[in-house]
Design a protein around this ligand. Structure first.
Ligand code: ZN
Ligand code: ZN
Ligand code: ZN
Ligand code: ZN
Ligand code: ZN
Ligand code: ZN
Ligand code: ZN
Length: 1718
């Protein structure tokens, strides 16, 4: 490291400073002189040079001055003397993982950095992880942030010694304190002055040393203009290239400003005006400023100084404190004149980069010093209003604003409390908030109508104030001082003022006649309500903590509510209602005719406080302090009731003409995000009001508000109403309204699960919510969380109770873990649970009935037994037995009995039955809990036994139920009615037993006994009815069939595939050639009887036999380039036009894979189909210009049956070898060929028996020939990425290569899965390999004969060298299996002209032996046999001796360059392992070529696989025996192989070679804990823009490279198009196919080519068996190995492209994504 001090030591500004009288002047002079000389010397910044010079000339001297000695010694000394802070305070980078403990964090904003988290106790707790958005710091060591374990191991060490309140200055020498104070004061002030400087041509307190005419045209960032706009404008304005423009735009976006031109004033000003002119057409022009270069220079150094200060105070807490002191010291201008104040107040005018720097300094100084944190908090609170107002006008996001620091200050409980009491913070925040929402209507309510875009923007910003309020309230006080009470209530007052402005806002009136013209604005009001929900709840929580506060708050709230509704005004006339001998006075008001509002926050807050009076028992302890007598129940219920009636009317379709805005409002009113402080509280308010009223009065008022009073109060009105042939819609409406009203009564009486209303605790409440959610269906953890309300700590409280009510079912390979309701909890199910939506209710009903049927129970769903009410609400139960209620129930039952007309509904009856059930349950519970003292006042059973009075003389409710029991039209409700009657009897017995002596239980038993027979008959009848119902359902089902098929596509596909297997699967498996030894090739080859193979065309359904001379049948196939087996991903792809693919390199860096879905068509049927697809696609593209999941122009299409992506077809052929075979002498050819070559052959110097003029007759039909060419050309085109050319001599090579490569991939998959070689391939792969091999064998018949012959000779020459073929690869550089396949498949081209009498089979065998021997030598040469380690058995078997001999010969040939090995055992073991893949591939190859069935031993995993393979392949078990025949010739061969110069270079260690067996490629290893990946990604920076954090770091799962995806910086040009880093990477790493993990999103990305891609679920699951795509929930994620294996298998099987195709077909939006930009 260079020493920065030498310069300052000799040029000596420092000593001068030491003695200086006016230090500031000296320093300023120094800066004025040097800064412009160092910074801003040209158009482009040179940060390295600038930093280096600044350190030498500017900062170095300051460090010397500060330390009083060489800082290289001074700083370490300081560091040592420092008692380091026990706060971590690490400031988070963008994307860095942060952790919060759900058990111990005081609030969710308390986070730990990864290092602290790993060393803390919280890693064993329930934690949550997120990625930081940048800013914010680690809270480790902050005792206020954690309920437990505030320190990690690292930071705990320091706590024991540090006395909390010790002044850190005592650790510093006194003179240093003075010097630090001086230099900090000067530099800090300099930096603040220059950064807040507004003049363009002068400097603050600095002389312009040289006033040159150099300016910058500075472009500033805003959040309004897009990247594209800026880039476009810059290209025009400053005449730069697009690349430069992108560079400028990137910097402007990152730093907030960038000079785009450098030169004299006029030159810069010109650019400025062009930019302004070009962008002013949009909302607001870009900000541009022409600045003198000196100012820019000083500003650059100012920022550098702030960073420097931040690092210097890192050495010592004492220095930190001095800096804090300097920063907060009041300046000469009094209030707000400290440097910190100045910066804060100038914040919104600073550019982003400057803000970031000083915010960071604040965080590492003021927020790290406990004393000054408090002082700073006060400054922040005092400036709060101003800072927020600045922020409203600021066009930067909040994360770049100083206002965002509130999260660091307000969330500290002690600071928040202090700011509330001393600075009245609550009131300040609320008042500031109100100040920014100025639009009010005449009643003073908020008005959001006619909202402009600008106001909407502002409104979004204002909402951050609510977040601040939430922070302040988040930690609740444990102790209350009078001051706190006073200030809280003052804040509460302000809050009530706010709610008052919301009470009744956005009123609506029912639209009649025509639809509303414009949907009214409603979202703003709801957003406000939604954001405030948590705050309202927290206000109540605070009130609940202190009795005095609660009483005062209740009084205040009531006063405000009365102000809101001062009396019944608005011409609401009093009217009198009377029914059943009761009468009540109310007002004339119709929801359907007058204004009504959904927003009633004041009523709802009062309702909440009222419940608290009961919950905290204040209502019972201090009734005299409460204004209970002032409460007017009718006033309390009026508005909530109107709101609920509105919902009912909307549901009844009465408000259709008011459009969707109303529907949306009603939706949110009930939604889980709002309901807690909306719908729920309205129910509470009704409960509150009714508990203080005569229930008869309430019911009449309710009837009146529902506009149903007439129907129930007028005798026989119902009859008229049902027979009268009035408007059917009106009757329907009334039916719905009656249903809704009954539902409301059920809720008022039944909803008692909030603590304070019923005698329950919070756990009971949450349990009930979960039970009802799970009654609908089993749910995943995240679904449940979404269905439950979250508190301010983002907790639902679910985890603590879920075990009690549900069982967890783990997920399989797909899907997610599910919670299932425990069976015993089903009895708590309430069909009319108030949080069910209508759809949920009917689903739950269906599910519960089904469950009961499965358990062979009756299907009644009676109301569950409920907990008792708290005393304050106890009188509510009387609604059920009130006269008006009985009248309503009686009337409805009467309608059901009469069963005439349509003015009646089953749901109505169902609700009445439910209410009856509730009443009976109530009475039963009363009786059961009866004790001596109290009298049972609940006498429902008596009341329903009484018949109606004159003049109606209607039958009693009980009698009507008995009648209904046998009504045929009420089959569904029969079980419920029976349950009611049974319960009625039970109660009667209970009553009797309580009044007299215990009644004999036996009586009941007998009764039940007798009823059993009756039950039996009943059940039979029911079964019949059920059958009829089933039939009806079946009819409906068939109607829905088309829909069903779509829904269950996957299932259908499976069946299709199964069918398929059974038709085309006439395979070789059937013939039993049992005991005979099976041989796959050579003269000894087992003869196989030929099968007729008959297949069916999926397009025309015609059957046809596969024959040489018939029409071609084809398989849909997909050819792709592949690097799956590659051992060298960095290989540069050669120019495809010149590339010679004849030899495959053993690194298999790029192969051609062929796959097929196995579906068969006629060639002509396919042709027709493909033409049609093409035509359709062309039309579609012209019309819509949309992409499809397949690229027709590239020959792609979807298999017509399974929609599998395909790009060509393979013809089906009979076994080809039989056709070409003739008895010919082969050995001759081999010998002659090896000494000659193709050229010679042309010159007729041919061995005996050759007839070069002989043209073999092509046995295939025209149609098959055509398909041979089609597939061959496709392989060539895709494999080499060239234009199709069927004449190219490389076509046959590519065909053989694809055959070899595909066999190799399949062999690898089988080996990896530990499956036997034969008998375990899926049908489609089996079919594909058969066709592919037969095709490759037949292809020579359509290519140029001389070309194939030349290929054969060249191939052979690589093993049997001769002088003329000098440039062939050495045996180390040839993949032997590819060579084998090519040799065998090209051989017939030679053989067909050879009439010397050797069979093709003999030739195959010789070729196979030759290649195998070469492979053995290859393995021995490259083997890395280590003799140590393994236990060796000294068996000295024949094989071992032989291989050792061979090896020794090899050593001889290579001039002893080979490693000496003396263990034959090791060598043989190594050789066997190395050659196995080759033998297995060969077995597959010859099996598919010749059709010889595989011996049963290799169809299972077992011992001696090697021996069985050798036998099948006609090889000796002792492979080295091959060398012993013709040993002389072979020794010459070996010698010639070894003498190759490349082999020599390898042996000398000058080059690398592949060794065997090649290991299978796997995807990279992923860590178990996902946060490791997040951390890795957060340390990754974009490789192109110098150390910048990448926005979308993306990991290649194939090679492990991290990429900077989806951003301009890393776009590159590929084939003339700009593509993102991922797409570019796929071309080198995966030949177009890629598998990535988007780390920030926790999402797998599949890419293929430039236009195809899809997302795939990541292999990471949380403890609940769910993935977290987008990392939204933050539960800890762990690797699921099975799912990762599944992804790996997709890759190994080459199914990625297919997977993408299916995903895109299923989800069309995926097609539109610009995948190439990722
Ligand atoms: Zn930390
Ligand atoms: Zn720590
Ligand atoms: Zn914890
Ligand atoms: Zn056909
Ligand atoms: Zn198919
Ligand atoms: Zn980048
Ligand atoms: Zn890669």
């Amino acid at each position: 490291c260079h020493s920065p001090c030498t310069f300052s030591a000799c040029s000596l500004p420092t000593p001068k400073w030491l003695q200086a009288n006016d230090l500031q002047k000296e320093v300023y002079q120094h800066l004025a002189y040097y800064v412009p000389k160092i910074y801003c010397r040209g158009p482009n910044p040179a940060p390295q040079r600038e930093d280096m010079l600044a350190q030498h000339v500017l900062l170095g001297p300051m460090e010397w001055y500060l330390c009083g000695e060489d800082p290289a010694f001074g700083f370490p000394k300081l560091e040592q003397a420092n008692k380091p802070s026990h706060l971590c305070g690490r400031v988070f980078k963008v994307g860095e993982p942060t952790y919060s403990c759900r058990d111990c964090a005081v609030d969710p904003t308390c986070v730990l950095c990864m290092e602290c988290f790993l060393g803390s106790i919280h890693r064993e707790h329930r934690y949550r992880m997120t990625t930081s958005g940048g800013g914010g710091f680690c809270d480790c060591g902050d005792t206020e942030a954690w309920k437990e374990g505030p320190y990690c191991q690292k930071h705990e060490l320091n706590t024991s010694e540090t006395a909390e309140e010790e002044d850190p200055l005592v650790h510093l020498p006194e003179d240093m304190v003075v010097r630090a104070y001086n230099i900090f004061a000067i530099t800090f002030k300099y930096a603040v002055d220059i950064l807040t400087w507004e003049k363009e041509n002068e400097l603050p307190g600095l002389e312009m040393i040289e006033k040159s005419d150099t300016y910058y045209c500075m472009l500033f960032n805003d959040e309004v203009h897009t990247y594209e706009q800026v880039i476009y404008t810059l290209q025009k304005a400053v005449n730069c290239t697009q690349k430069e423009a992108i560079g400028f735009a990137t910097t402007v976006d990152r730093d907030g400003r960038r000079s785009v031109r450098y030169g004299d004033f006029q030159y810069c000003d010109q650019a400025k005006s062009v930019i302004v002119r070009n962008t002013s057409r949009q909302t607001k022009p870009l900000k541009v400023q022409v600045m003198h270069s000196s100012i820019v220079a000083h500003q650059s150094f100012g920022l550098k100084l702030l960073t420097w200060l931040g690092s210097v105070i890192g050495y010592s807490d004492g220095l930190r404190r001095i800096l804090c002191q300097v920063g907060l010291q009041e300046g000469p201008d009094g209030e707000n004149s400290s440097l910190v104040d100045k910066l804060m107040l100038y914040d919104s005018k600073l550019w982003k980069g400057a803000r970031n720097v000083y915010h960071q300094l604040f965080m590492s100084s003021l927020l790290m010093d406990l004393k000054y944190k408090k002082l700073f908090a006060i400054r922040f609170a005092r400036n709060y209003e101003r800072l927020q107002s600045d922020f409203m006008k600021d066009d930067h996001d909040r994360e770049f604003s100083i206002a965002d620091l509130s999260i660091q200050i307000f969330t500290v409980p002690s600071l928040a409390r202090m700011l509330i009491t001393e600075e009245n913070l609550m009131t300040t925040i609320i008042k500031t908030f109100m100040d920014h929402l100025r639009h009010r209507d005449i009643q003073g309510r908020f008005q959001f109508e006619r909202y402009t875009a600008l106001q909407a923007f502002k409104f979004r910003r204002v909402q951050s104030l609510i977040v601040d309020l939430k922070y302040v309230l988040i930690s609740k006080p444990t102790e209350w001082s009078d001051d706190l009470r006073h200030k809280f209530l003052e804040g509460f007052d302000a809050f009530l003022e706010l709610l008052k402005c919301m009470q009744g806002m956005d009123p609506i009136t029912r639209q009649v006649g025509q639809h509303i013209e414009m949907e009214p604005e409603w979202e703003a009001a709801f957003t406000l309500q939604m954001k405030l929900t948590l705050v309202i709840s927290m206000m109540q929580d605070w009130c609940a903590l202190d009795e005095k506060v609660l009483i005062e708050a209740y009084k205040k709230c009531l006063t405000v509510l009365m102000q809101c509704h001062s009396g019944f005004t608005d011409g609401e006339q009093p009217i009198v209602l009377s029914m059943c001998g009761h009468s009540v006075e109310t007002i004339r008001y119709c929801v359907s005719q007058e204004k009504v509002s959904i927003h009633l926050p004041v009523s709802r807050l009062l309702a909440g406080l009222h419940v608290l009076l009961s919950k905290t028992e204040v209502a019972y302890k201090f009734p005299e302090l409460l204004p209970l007598s002032e409460l007017s129940p009718p006033m309390l219920i009026e508005h909530p009731l109107r709101c609920l009636v509105l919902c009912a009317q909307v549901h009844a379709g009465m408000w259709r003409r008011n459009g969707f805005s109303l529907v949306n409002q009603i939706y949110y009113y009930h939604n889980v995000k709002c309901r807690r402080e909306m719908f729920d509280k309205d129910i509470v308010m009704l409960q509150t009001g009714v508990s203080m009223m005569d229930p008869n009065h309430f019911l009449m008022i309710m009837l009146s508000r529902f506009e149903l009073y007439q129907i129930f109060s007028t005798p026989d009105y119902g009859k008229r109403f049902s027979t009268e042939n009035t408007n059917k819609d009106v009757v329907q409406q009334n039916n719905t309204l009656i249903e809704e009203m009954l539902y409301l009564i059920i809720m008022i009486v039944g909803e008692r699960f909030s603590p304070g209303i019923g005698q329950v605790n919070a756990t009971d409440e949450i349990k009930r919510e979960i039970i009802h959610q799970l009654s609908i269906r089993p749910m995943a953890h995240s679904e449940l969380v979404k269905a439950l309300p979250e508190d301010e700590n983002r907790e639902t409280g679910m985890e603590s109770v879920i075990e009690e009510v549900a069982c967890f079912k783990k997920p399989g390979l797909t899907g997610r873990g599910l919670y299932e309701l425990k069976p015993e909890c089903a009895r708590n199910f309430n069909l009319y649970f108030y949080h069910f939506s209508r759809a949920e209710q009917s689903k739950a009903e269906e599910a519960q009935r089904k469950l009961k049927r499965q358990n062979r129970e009756d299907t009644a769903l009676p109301p569950p037994a409920l907990p008792p009410f708290c005393p304050l609400f106890a009188s509510l139960v009387n609604i059920l037995q009130s006269d008006v209620m009985l009248c309503i129930m009686g009337t409805i039952l009467q309608w059901a009995v009469e069963h005439n007309g349509y003015a009646w509904s089953e749901s109505m009856l169902q609700r009445v039955l439910h209410l009856l059930g509730m009443a009976l349950q109530e009475e039963k519970q009363h009786l059961e809990n009866l004790n001596e003292e109290n009298v049972v006042t609940f006498t429902f059973t008596q009341k329903i036994s009484r018949p109606g009075e004159a003049p109606n003389n209607s039958p009693s409710i009980l009698a009507m139920l008995e009648t209904l029991q046998n009504a045929p039209h009420l089959e569904v409700h029969k079980d419920m009615i029976r349950w009611i009657l049974k319960t009625f009897n039970t109660i009667k017995k209970l009553r009797e037993s309580s009044s007299t002596s215990p009644v004999a239980e036996t009586e009941g038993n007998i009764m039940e006994e007798s009823s059993r027979d009756k039950d039996k008959a009943e059940r039979k009848r029911k079964a019949e009815i059920a059958r009829l119902r089933r039939e009806k359902i079946m009819a409906q089902m068939s109607e829905m069939q088309r829909h069903f098929i779509n829904e269950n596509k996957e299932l259908f596909q499976q069946t299709l595939e199964e069918l398929d297997t059974s038709t085309s699967g006439v395979h070789e498996n059937s013939p039993v050639i049992s005991d005979a030894k099976l041989t796959a090739l050579g003269p000894e080859q087992t003869r196989v009887a030929e099968h007729r193979q008959v297949v069916m065309c999926i397009l025309c359904q015609e059957e046809q036999e596969v024959k040489v001379d018939s029409r071609a049948m084809v398989l849909a196939a997909f050819i792709q380039r592949s690097t799956v087996l590659s051992k060298n991903r960095n290989k540069i792809t050669p120019d495809p036009e010149k590339y010679d693919p004849l030899f495959m390199h053993p690194d298999l860096s790029c192969g051609t894979h062929t796959g097929s879905c196995g579906h068969i068509m006629h060639a002509h049927c396919w042709q027709r189909y493909f033409d049609a697809v093409q035509a359709k696609e062309q039309r579609r593209q012209q019309r819509l210009r949309v992409h499809t999941s397949y690229d027709v122009e590239n020959g792609e299409f979807l298999c017509p049956l399974c929609e599998c992506l395909s790009n060509t077809v393979i013809p089906l052929l009979p076994p080809p070898r039989v056709l070409f075979n003739r008895s010919v002498c082969f050995l001759n050819v081999l010998n002659k060929c090896s000494s000659g070559n193709a050229e010679k052959m042309d010159q007729l110097q041919l061995p005996e028996g050759f007839r070069p003029d002989f043209k073999p007759k092509n046995p295939y039909s025209e149609s098959i020939k055509e398909m041979l060419t089609t597939f061959g050309t496709a392989t060539y085109k895709v494999g080499l990425k060239v234009h199709p050319n069927e004449e190219d001599p490389r076509v046959p090579i590519m065909c053989w290569g694809s055959c070899a490569y595909t066999i190799q991939t399949i062999e690898r998959i089988l080996a990896d899965e530990d499956k036997p070689l034969f008998g375990h391939l899926p049908c489609r792969q089996d079919d594909c390999l058969t066709s592919l091999t037969r095709f490759a064998a037949a292809h020579w018949t359509v290519s140029s004969l001389p070309a194939v012959q030349t290929h054969f000779c060249t191939l052979l020459a690589s093993l049997v060298p001769n002088e003329k073929n000098g440039n062939l690869p050495c045996i180390l550089d040839i993949d032997m299996f590819h060579l084998l396949v090519s040799l065998v498949l090209s051989f017939p081209a030679i053989h067909c002209q050879d009439f010397s009498g050797v069979s093709l089979g003999t030739g195959d065998l010789h070729l196979f032996h030759l290649v195998t021997m070469a492979h053995i030598i290859q393995i021995l040469l490259t083997s890395s046999t280590e003799e140590n380690g393994m236990d060796q058995e000294n068996t000295n078997s024949e094989e071992e001796v032989a291989v050792l001999t061979l090896y020794k010969f090899l050593c001889q040939c290579t001039g002893s360059a080979l490693k000496e090995i003396s263990s034959g055992w090791h060598l043989w073991r190594n050789l066997k392992a190395g050659i196995m893949p080759f033998l297995r591939c060969s077995a597959l190859f010859f099996h598919y070529l010749n059709g010889v069935p595989a011996p049963s031993e290799i169809q299972v995993n077992g011992t001696n696989q090697f021996e069985h393979l050798c036998s099948y392949l006609s090889l000796p078990n002792n492979l080295t025996c091959l060398f012993q025949e013709n040993s002389e010739i072979l020794n010459t061969l070996i010698e010639s192989w070894c003498s190759n110069s490349e082999v020599k270079r390898y042996l000398e260690g000058k080059r690398h070679a592949i060794s065997y067996a090649r290991e299978s490629n796997k995807l990279i290893d992923l860590p178990d804990d996902y946060s490791c990946l997040i951390n890795q990604a957060s340390n990754f920076s974009c490789p192109k823009s110098g150390g910048d954090k990448s926005r979308a770091p993306t990991l290649c799962l194939v090679c492990g490279t991290m990429l900077c995806s989806q951003s301009y910086c890393c776009q590159t040009e590929l084939e003339g198009e700009d593509v993102g880093a991922c797409t570019a990477h796929t071309y080198t790493c995966g030949s177009g196919v890629g598998i990535f993990l988007r780390v920030r999103e926790c999402q797998v990305l599949f890419l293929a080519g430039k236009t195809k891609g899809c997302f795939y679920p990541p292999p990471y699951l949380d403890d609940y068996g769910e993935t977290d795509q987008g990392l939204r929930r933050g539960n800890p994620l762990h690797l699921c190995k099975e799912r990762f294996k599944k992804i790996q298998k997709l890759w190994q099987q080459h199914s990625i492209t297919e997977e993408i195709g299916h995903a895109q077909e299923a989800n069309q939006t995926l097609v539109g994504i610009d995948w190439q930009h990722l």
